[in-house]
Design a protein around this ligand. Structure first.
Ligand code: IYR
Length: 221
């Protein structure tokens, strides 16, 4: 068995604020986040995206395997190809693949098969989950709780985007396997989410939505 080294944990500096104060502040900050469909084409630096991705990649994961790859696309040519393929799938989805109930649930978002934001946003991040990894000899190494791990990393990513004053959208063109081919990803990687990142368009709007109350989402024992 491999030995593990341990070092002393250093807690964060709470700047003399109580846990409650910080929890209230962070809640207010995070509650301002909205999923956006209207992006500005204003440039976002590669360094910004890299820092956001590395924040996401610090998320906890099963056995610390970090079973993810973030493909960060700024090439107009590749974005156009992704948009074309995504719209092809979305067109089929909106015109028969999605149930009436599903389409009805989406009415308040006013979405359709058109996905102009894929071209407009300066960055498209395609997050892949890694079902397994390969060692130098090509042997399969198991990953654990892959969906949970990648879902948590996506959450970290979304909050890091928000903290930078940027916006994103959890977009899931379905089925998504075209992304694996288009981006030439290996067999062990499966597309998980597509996240456009950028500044909001000046005239961006968001639907009026209510969030569930504490009573709706918390059960105390
Ligand atoms: N993937 C489609 C449909 C869609 C599905 C859900 I669930 C949403 O919350 C929003 C949209 C699309 O992106 O339009």
């Amino acid at each position: 068995m491999e030995a593990t080294d341990f070092i002393k944990y250093t807690p964060i500096d709470t700047q003399n604020h109580t846990a409650l104060e910080r929890a209230v502040d962070y809640r207010a900050f995070i509650e301002q986040r909205r999923s956006l469909r209207f992006f500005s084409d204003k440039e976002v630096s590669k360094a910004t995206i890299e820092n956001i991705i590395m924040t996401a990649s610090s998320a906890p994961s099963g056995a610390h395997k970090q079973p993810w790859t973030f493909c960060a696309i700024s090439s107009a040519e590749i974005k156009a190809k992704i948009r074309e393929a995504a719209e092809k799938e979305e067109y089929i989805s909106y015109n028969g693949r999605m149930s009436e109930e599903w389409l009805d649930d989406l009415k308040k978002f006013d979405t359709d098969w058109n996905k102009p934001f894929i071209d407009i946003a300066p960055w498209i991040i395609v997050l892949f989950k890694k079902a397994y990894d390969l060692d130098e000899d090509g042997n399969k190494m198991k990953n654990y709780y892959v969906n949970e791990s990648v879902g948590i990393a996506a959450g970290f990513f979304i909050s890091a985007v928000h903290n930078s004053g940027l916006v994103t959208l959890t977009h899931t063109p379905s089925p998504m396997n075209f992304l694996q081919t288009l981006l030439g990803r290996p067999d062990n990687e499966r597309p998980f989410l597509l996240l456009p990142v950028g500044y909001p368009a000046d005239d961006a709007v968001v639907p009026v939505l209510e969030r569930k109350s504490a009573d709706d989402v918390i059960v105390y024992y």
